[in-house]
Design a protein around this ligand. Structure first.
Ligand code: ADP
Ligand code: ZN
Length: 760
């Protein structure tokens, strides 16, 4: 008999005597999609025992009114009878587990590590399309009853029925009704007659209603590695061959050929019949990146945010069946259900988008590290500017350091010039492009080169300013509104709020409001006005709203239809354009002066990444960085491409400040609609944590509480404090002993973010 293939192996059934011994206490352990740290046990009625498996969703009575609630089954078995009367499980929702026992274990780890509910993790990591089984439907199939095919000659049957039976006996799997009637040219009545005679048996089976593929890119040979790449690959292969877990940190300057190293490491993994997962920042999932993998491996699944539910479900199934050699995707691809994972690669591992900003607030790098540990395989991290967390692990020799010092084919890194714009005649007049940058743009484009300008602010003006009352703020958020001239509106970048610009200050009613600060839109206008002949393209989240517009824009830049590309983060990452001979960082200070403990690190990373966009071709290239603080150490290090120098300097600062990576942090945000109540509750919560730390004799320090840097967001007032300790376990212990006993005032919420990256 053929059934839909079982996606996942399951536990062996208990022996009959085990069953007899404890038959009245067959229970399921379930967790809910709620911030609960406990699981619950339910009795499983006999008729559901055959059906239920860990990893399925179930319906159980829950809470005061015994309301039927969906939960995830995380374990089944015979437990010793308890004195408490257990409630009964009502329904099993999925026919197959939605994830493997291994992945269940990983999600449990996430719940413990990031201090949220296990059910919340499951709800978040299983794609909606998988839960709905999108793109499939149940159909009735038929197969011959047992023994029928052997006696087919002796059966007296009308011709159509005989043909049908013969067809089913010849087929090596059950066939759906449509297929039978098409093949024989009959309606459903002869099929039904055979069924009524019990000669054929119906089975319900899911079939795909959509078809997808992995693309059919032409396969290309691997490149011959240069000696530096070869040394690194040999080390990675050594670990792969040993079949051990370990984390490798590949620190290679931009253009040093890291991707080629990943590809050849994956080649080794695939030769063992295993799969690899490659995580890249969402923004780098460009056709160019996808092509690089698809041109080397025949079955590459790409998991990106534009997949429909049906496509995602199909990919998920193919991955689970082992049909896919390489999975390329953003953060959540770390959960791809590969049956025999051999390697996880994280490119641009320093990127903050690997951290999820909603519950569960996991960091894909840490989840990957744990998954690799559990599955006993290597984790390969790559970056030109590794996060200081990763660097420190390599310095402590927990992780293996793999440097690539040179660009491929000995291309030099581009020179980076710091331009002090404090006294620049153009900048003083309110322009964004100073004299030196203007001259360089002209020179580069006169020589037929292309230019990239980077500015980290969207919109036209960053603020509408009243000399007396300062910037106009969003009424719902503690954030100044940004002027978007193309839409004629002041917009809040944190919520949906917008308003037309007022003629006079809304607070003091005086005229004379001024538009200050420059976003990408004003920069675009300035470039067009200064260089009317240049073909200019702006890339930011406002101009790239349409799906596909991002790829289109990059293609037209590549094709040389655009001379100057300007934009936000979007253009800083991973792009490889040989004809770019000038990169301008319009304002390095906007990044540097953020109130964020990682501001210097981000600034260094950004300048290095942006600089990496040039000098990739035979034309060479240069980088200009405009700044008002030319003596800042980070700017100086960046101008020398000195990552290790910067890292050493910054790690000393962090150690002195007792900041990560030397301390673990968790941030607790308390929010509510009433300012006074929220503030009072925050104080009460903070003292509860302080008391708990004292009582436990713990080394957790509490910093704060204070209003959050964004003190109001979407109508909610926000306060925060930090828990800090040498080890995360101490913070977890304090949280666990405190959080469950806290009863908050109605309307006040508390959230914890472990290893926070966003402190706003
Ligand atoms: P990185 O990821 O380190 O920025 P890439 O992997 O994008 O670098 O490599 C930069 C360019 O060099 C790519 O066009 C790539 O095809 C090419 N390249 C990489 N390794 C080699 C090699 N061994 N020989 C020739 N070209 C190479
Ligand atoms: Zn707002």
């Amino acid at each position: 008999m053929t059934r839909q293939p079982q996606l996942f192996e399951t536990e062996p059934p208990p022996t009959p005597w085990e069953e007899a011994a404890r038959s009245d206490q067959f229970t399921a352990e379930v967790v809910f999609n709620l911030p609960l740290e406990t699981s619950y046990h339910y009795l499983v009625p006999p008729e559901l025992r055959e059906l239920i498996q860990p990893g399925q969703r179930v319906r159980v009575p829950f809470g005061r009114g015994d309301k039927l609630t969906t939960a995830y089954c995380v374990g089944v078995g015979y437990s010793a009878p308890t004195s408490r009367k257990l409630k009964q499980l009502q329904e099993v929702l999925d026919r197959e587990p939605l994830l493997t026992p291994k992945m269940l274990r990983l999600t449990e780890w996430i719940a413990n590590r990031y201090l949220c509910g296990w059910g919340q993790v499951l709800e978040s990591v299983i794609p909606a399309g998988v839960k709905k089984q999108a793109g499939t439907r149940e159909v009735t199939c038929y197969e011959p009853a047992s023994g029928v095919c052997e006696q087919i000659a002796e059966l007296k049957l009308p011709r159509k029925q005989r043909d049908i039976l013969q067809l089913l006996c010849d087929a090596n799997e059950a066939l759906p009704v449509d297929q039978i009637s098409d093949a024989i040219g009959c309606g459903t009545s002869p099929i039904n007659s055979l069924r009524d005679k019990k000669l054929i048996l119906p089975i319900r089976r899911r079939t795909s209603t959509v078809s997808h593929d992995f693309g059919d890119a032409k396969l290309q040979d691997d490149l011959t590695l240069n000696p530096e790449q070869q040394v690194v690959l040999t080390k990675i292969e050594g670990l792969l061959q040993k079949g051990e877990h370990g984390t490798l940190l590949l620190c290679g300057v931009t253009g040093s050929g890291k991707t080629e190293v990943y590809i050849q490491a994956i080649r080794e993994v695939v030769s063992y019949g295993r799969q690899a997962i490659v995580l890249v920042p969402e923004i780098s999932l460009t056709p160019q990146t996808i092509r690089r993998f698809r041109s080397r491996f025949p079955t590459v699944a790409v998991l990106h945010s534009h997949l429909s539910d049906a496509e995602r479900h199909w990919h998920w199934q193919q991955i689970a069946l082992g049909e896919v050699q390489v999975v390329v995707g953003a953060r959540s691809a770390v959960f791809a259900p590969t049956p025999h994972l051999g390697l996880i690669v994280i490119d641009e591992e320093h990127e903050t988008t690997f951290k999820q900003q909603t519950t569960p607030r996991y960091h894909a790098r840490e989840v990957a590290r744990e998954r690799a540990r559990q599955e006993n395989i290597p984790l390969l991290l790559g970056s030109a500017t590794p996060s200081l967390e990763s660097l420190q692990r390599a310095r402590d020799r927990n992780d293996i350091w793999l440097p690539l010092h040179n660009r491929v084919e000995s291309r030099p890194l581009p020179p980076v010039h710091i331009v002090d714009v404090q006294h620049d005649p153009y900048i003083s007049k309110g322009h964004s492009i100073g004299r030196a940058l203007a001259n360089q743009i002209k020179a580069a484009t006169d020589d037929g080169g292309q230019v990239i300008l980077f500015l980290n602010l969207r919109g036209y003006s960053t603020v509408l300013w009243c000399p007396k009352c300062q910037g106009i703020r969003c009424p719902d958020c503690d954030i100044t509104l940004t002027w978007h001239r193309d839409r004629g509106l002041l917009l809040c970048h944190s919520c949906e709020y917008s308003q037309p610009p007022p003629e006079v200050c809304p607070t003091c009613s005086r005229p004379g409001m001024r538009y200050l600060g420059t976003g990408t839109q004003r920069l675009e206008a300035e470039v067009k006005q200064k260089f009317p002949k240049l073909r200019v393209l702006r890339m930011d989240s406002d101009s790239m709203r349409k799906p596909g517009s991002h790829d289109e824009a990059l293609e037209s830049f590549r094709a040389g239809e655009v001379d100057l590309l300007l934009g936000t983060q979007m253009i800083a990452k991973g792009l490889d354009f040989p004809n770019v001979t000038l990169v301008g960082v319009v304002d390095a200070d906007t990044l540097l002066h953020q109130p964020d403990l990682r501001a210097a690190e981000r600034t260094f990373q950004l300048i290095a990444q942006v600089a990496g966009r040039t000098g990739r071709g035979d034309l060479g290239g240069r980088v200009l960085v405009q700044t008002m603080s030319p003596d800042e150490p980070v700017i100086q290090f960046a101008s020398r491409h000195d990552y290790l120098g910067f890292a050493k300097h910054e790690l000393e600062n962090r150690e002195a400040a007792m900041a990560p990576p030397f301390q673990s942090l968790a941030r607790i945000v308390v929010r509510g609609l009433d300012d006074e109540i929220t503030q009072g509750e925050t104080r009460r919560i903070a003292s509860a944590f302080r008391e708990a730390a004292t009582k436990l004799g713990s080394d957790v320090r509490l910093l704060g509480p204070a209003p959050a840097p964004v003190a109001k967001l979407k109508k909610h007032f926000r306060y925060h404090f930090l828990l800090s300790a040498p080890q995360i376990e101490a913070i977890q212990e304090v949280w666990r002993s405190t959080s469950k006993n806290l009863k908050l005032e109605v309307g006040v919420e508390m959230q914890i973010d472990v290893d926070p990256l966003d402190m706003r």
